[in-house]
Every structure is written in structure tokens, then in C-alpha cells.
Design a protein around this ligand. Structure first.
Ligand SMILES: CC(=O)N[C@@H](CCC[C@H](N)C(=O)O)C(=O)O
Length: 371
């Protein structure tokens, strides 16, 4: 695909973002594209709403895998693009439209001219929620085509196009989602003394949760507690009987995540006592940290620089990625691909520069052919 064709595929995919394990239109689009490629070396398996595509090598001694995540986010798009999401309230706000397009662009090149080794393309559902990597890894389809090495990329709005960034060891944090339900006693707004107001309890919980990192975590360590969504109550002149907080926690160390959970639960006990309410906590999906195998770093840096792009040593980030589960089992690495957007990931105005698509395909193809 030339850059225009890559742009078209990205725009087609951008229009149809779907949430985790609902990626049926996306899967159909990917399948249709793959059916249009030379079929001599290709085998395809469906796995739930994802796909595994194997390109047979010419004289294989191993299988090299490349993973692209395919789900969108429940975010309202505000880009003003003429090719904006046609799915109301859903958007590719984390660049998975880019990740898929780069995988398809690379797959096309491999299908036309295979390399020595087998190559496995994983189109993985549900990266954002509830996590597709772990069940995909455990699937029979994956076990039958188990790779020896694996890598993946993520778009990086803060880096210019033509820049690739990564590091040895820890790249992304451990994560745990956080869902907290409050149950009190509702009633008339004019009679608060007869009620147990859960808007107030959830608000105080939110404020107090912000002191967990500053007062319980070693200042030389790092962690995040974010409440991203608050809901509660039903009417403006009523006292809320229930409320719900939704958030996420991040840590570089596994022990620190245990500490965050202990503090989250302790805080709940205090709020239950002071507000005479019941609180239940659900940790939802938890993702394992992304830890890069250092042996890939020097060769990868050479690949990037030989292509004329800029390699940057990155810092670890508090983002999470269920690709961490794949790297726990299979040697490999992840890297950031510069896409230069004024708005960041998970922002309704994210506008990655499409020139980065070709950079991505060049880097991924060369890496596959060199591993
Ligand atoms: C790269 C990226 O943005 N990944 C997501 C992963 C979400 C994990 C989980 N659903 C959570 O919210 O904890 C991120 O938010 O970092």
C-alpha cells in the first residue's frame, strides 16, 4: 500500500470504532482486506472478534509475531474529521486504527514477499477493556501457532513523526481498574437529616483517595490513583441513594499495587463509618506491566536508524497495556511510534499525523525481516 492507500484504510477503520469484544465490523473489514491479498502463504483463524493471520516462511526455523490491538474507547469524538466515528460515543482515541493499518500494510508486504521465518499477525480485541491479550494467549488457536518472539507498537502523540522510542526493561505500569459502589438512603432534598447522601460520600471518597499516593507511597516510588467517572443520584431536588466511582490505579511495582488496594479498602471502611453507608469495591481488569527484553534493544535501534528514523531512549510510562501478558510468556518488546498530535491519548481531539503510518510499516516490516 502506498501512503494514500494506508490513509484510506486508517480512515475506514477510524469510522467504525467498537468496544472490547464487540469488534464485529472491524473483524469483517480486516477479513475483507486480507482476502484481497495474495493467498499463497497466508492462513487465517478467527478468535472471538479478533484474528490470527500466519504468513508461511520460505524456510522457517521460528515464528515471529506482531500484535495490533483493534478496539475503540467510549469517548465522544471531537476531531471534526470528515471521516469521524459513525458510532456515537465511541472513538479510536488510543490509535488502534493506526495499529491495525500498520499491521495490514506490513501483512500486505509479507504476503507479496514472505520472509524466511513464519510471521504471525495478531489482531487482538479488547485491549482497553476488559483485556483480550490474556485469553487470546490461552486460546487453542494461539497455542497451535505459538510464536518464539513478539513485538508491538503504540502511537505516541508527544513524539514527532519519524521518531521511535523505547527502553530496556519496564516500559508500561501495572494497572488495576477500580469500580466503587456506594449505597445509602435517598430522600427529599429538603430533609437531608433523614437520608444518607451518597453524592457527598462519593465526593469525599474521591478527595481522600488523592492523598493515598502522596501519603502512603514512598516518594521515590511512583503510582497513580485516578477517578475518571462519577455517577450518582437521579434528580436535582433529591438526595442520592446510590453513587458510583470508576477509575484506575497504576504502579511500577507489584507491591505498590497491593498497597494501593489496601488503602482503597481502608478508606472505604472510614467512609462507610462516617456516612453510615455500604461500599463495595470491584477491581475489574488488572494488567501486568510491559517489560521489554533488553536483548532486542540494540538491534532494534540499528533497524530504526538504518531506515533513517530517529531512535529515542524513552522513560517508563504510567499507561497500561495487556500486551504485558504476552511479553511475560514470549520474549519481545514494545515501542512508541511518534505521531505528533496536540491532543493526547484518550482525548476526543486526538489527531495523529497519517505520515506516521508509512514509518510504522517500514519499521515493523524491517524488524520482522531482521529478527
Ligand atoms: C495505552 C493505554 O492507554 N492503555 C490503557 C489500558 C487500560 C487498562 C484498564 N482498562 C484500566 O483502565 O486500568 C490505559 O488506560 O493505560
Amino acid at each position: 500500500m502506498n501512503s494514500e492507500a494506508l490513509q484510506k484504510v486508517r480512515r475506514d477503520l477510524h469510522k467504525i470504532p467498537e468496544l472490547g469484544f464487540q469488534e464485529t465490523k472491524t473483524q469483517a473489514y480486516l477479513l475483507q482486506f486480507i482476502e484481497g491479498l495474495p493467498q499463497d502463504y497466508i492462513e487465517v483463524k478467527k478468535w472471538r472478534t479478533g484474528l490470527l493471520v500466519r504468513v508461511q516462511g520460505t524456510n522457517p526455523s521460528k515464528t515471529v509475531a506482531y500484535r495490533a490491538d483493534i478496539d475503540g474507547l467510549p469517548i465522544i469524538e471531537e476531531t471534526g474529521y470528515p471521516f469521524a466515528s459513525t458510532h456515537e460515543g465511541q472513538m479510536h482515541a488510543c490509535g488502534h486504527d493506526f495499529h491495525m493499518t500498520i499491521a495490514l500494510g506490513t501483512l500486505e508486504r509479507l504476503a507479496q514477499s514472505p520472509t524466511v521465518e513464519n510471521v504471525l499477525f495478531l489482531f487482538q480485541p479488547a485491549e482497553e477493556n476488559p483485556g483480550g491479550a490474556l485469553p487470546m494467549l490461552q486460546s487453542e488457536e494461539m497455542k497451535a501457532w505459538w510464536p518464539d518472539e513478539i513485538f508491538a507498537l503504540h502511537i505516541a502523540p508527544e513524539h514527532p513523526v519519524g521518531t521511535v522510542a523505547t527502553k530496556e526493561g519496564l516500559l508500561f505500569a501495572n494497572t488495576s481498574e477500580l469500580y466503587i459502589d456506594f449505597k445509602g438512603k435517598g430522600g427529599h432534598a429538603a430533609y437531608p437529616h433523614l437520608t444518607r447522601d451518597m453524592v457527598l460520600a462519593a465526593s469525599q471518597y474521591t478527595v481522600q483517595a488523592q492523598s493515598i499516593v502522596s501519603r502512603a507511597v514512598d516518594p521515590l516510588d511512583s503510582a497513580v490513583v485516578t477517578i475518571g467517572k462519577i455517577t450518582g443520584g437521579t434528580v436535582q431536588n433529591g438526595i442520592a441513594e446510590t453513587a458510583r466511582l470508576e477509575g484506575t490505579m497504576r504502579s511500577f511495582k507489584a507491591d505498590t499495587m497491593d498497597l494501593l488496594k489496601k488503602k482503597i479498602e481502608g478508606l472505604a471502611k472510614g467512609i462507610e463509618y462516617s456516612h453510615e453507608c455500604e461500599i463495595s469495591i470491584d477491581y475489574g481488569s488488572n494488567y501486568y506491566q510491559v517489560k521489554n527484553d533488553g536483548t532486542f534493544m540494540d538491534p532494534f535501534q540499528r533497524i530504526v536508524e538504518d531506515l533513517g528514523y530517529t531512535f529515542v531512549e524513552s522513560k517508563a510510562a504510567m499507561t497500561g497495556e495487556d500486551f504485558g501478558y504476552m511479553l511475560k510468556e514470549i520474549p519481545g518488546f514494545m515501542f512508541w511510534l511518534g505521531v505528533d498530535s496536540d491532543y493526547g491519548l484518550h482525548n476526543g481531539s486526538l489527531k495523529p499525523k497519517e505520515e506516521a503510518l508509512e514509518v510504522g510499516v517500514n519499521v515493523v516490516e524491517r524488524t520482522i525481516r531482521s529478527l
